[in-house]
Ligand binder design. Structure first.
Ligand code: XIL
Length: 318
């Protein structure tokens, strides 16, 4: 029936995939990506990031982001905007900028406001924005970047308020990794969103990136999702992939299928978990091999665009 069809039948909003502009010249790839039975949502893997959208101060380029937004529109898919404020893929005018707090506040406000308002109404149904990406270190302390070092944690609310004003209909998320198991980092995120809610700052959801390893997917994921849902927030799996040390073997592929099933099940079991996004759908275009040396084969379609056992693991959970 297709992953999105099954996810929706089970009460979720979407099953989706990330994509990236260079891949969109591959027509066999685009055909599957555009099949709304498989994917009801897409996320641009790179083209809405700060370095892509505001490479120099005050000069915005939306060409590549628009290609992805228009593809979503043509396919009747939801869009997750990714992202407004992140320590990576920042142009050097931001990362090396010597800003006063007031100056950086207006830089963040102008960036979030311009990018979020650009995609307001240009797409069929804008769904959500990762307004803040990866604010924490793995030990739960704040990441030391230009935003935190200049503005302390206040940059989070500055960005969220600017995004809300720019598109009141978009769901606003904070997104991070290694918060899928109970521990210091998940606790730090819980405390942050509790504080934001107490302060009346607009926050709608928390995204769990979910870049996992075959054989060691989190065991307390459902519990963590429920803890966030209990605060009244929605939650989503936003960048799922489950990598293995290459070469792939039948044993690893079978374990990977079980791992996909258990991760997807964690979301299915939590009503406020609105959807699941894989970080591209095919091993042909996964970010994993170039980032984690010797690892790969992390996605449910192989590099020839054929489904793998992992696909059936997802189906079993939906
Ligand atoms: C990755 C992209 O997939 C790569 O193409 C790029 O080179 C680096 O960024 N967490 C995130 C994503 O929030 O934006 C990252 O995407 C993967 C990790």
């Amino acid at each position: 029936a297709g992953l999105n069809t099954l996810a929706k039948a089970a009460g979720k909003l979407y099953f989706g995939s990330a994509t990236d502009n260079p891949e969109l010249s591959d027509s066999a790839y685009v055909k599957i990506l555009s099949d709304a039975k498989e994917f009801g949502q897409i996320t641009p893997g790179n083209s809405m990031k700060w370095d892509a959208t505001e490479p120099t101060r005050g000069t915005f380029t939306f060409t590549n982001g628009d290609v992805v937004a228009n593809l979503a529109k043509a396919n009747g898919q939801l869009l997750r905007g990714h992202n407004c404020v992140w320590h990576n893929q920042l142009p050097s005018w931001v990362s090396n900028g010597q800003f006063t707090a007031a100056d950086l506040t207006s830089v963040i406000q102008n960036h979030c406001s311009t990018v979020v308002s650009h995609y307001k109404g240009q797409i069929l149904r804008s769904y959500s924005w990762d307004v803040v990406n990866e604010p924490f270190n793995d030990d739960g302390t704040w990441r030391s970047d230009v935003f935190y070092n200049t503005l302390n944690s206040s940059y989070v609310s500055i960005a969220l308020k600017a995004a809300r004003a720019a598109d009141p209909n978009a769901k606003l998320y904070i997104n991070d990794y290694n918060i899928e198991n109970s521990g210091a980092k998940a606790t730090a995120m819980l405390n942050l969103v509790k504080q934001l809610i107490a302060d009346g700052v607009p926050i709608d959801g928390v995204g769990f990136q979910s870049h996992f390893i075959v054989g060691s997917v989190p065991t307390s994921f459902q519990t963590v999702l429920e803890q966030f849902a209990a605060l009244g927030l929605e939650v989503a799996i936003t960048e799922l992939d489950i990598r293995m040390t290459l070469p792939e073997t039948d044993t690893l592929l079978a374990q990977q299928a079980k791992d996909y099933e258990s991760v997807v099940k964690a979301c299915m079991n939590v009503e406020k978990c609105v959807g699941i996004t894989i970080w591209d759908y095919t091993d042909k275009y996964s970010w994993v091999p170039s980032t984690f040396s010797g690892q790969g084969a992390a996605l449910p379609w192989d590099s020839d665009l054929a489904i793998k056992p992992a696909y059936n693991g997802i189906v079993a959970a939906l």
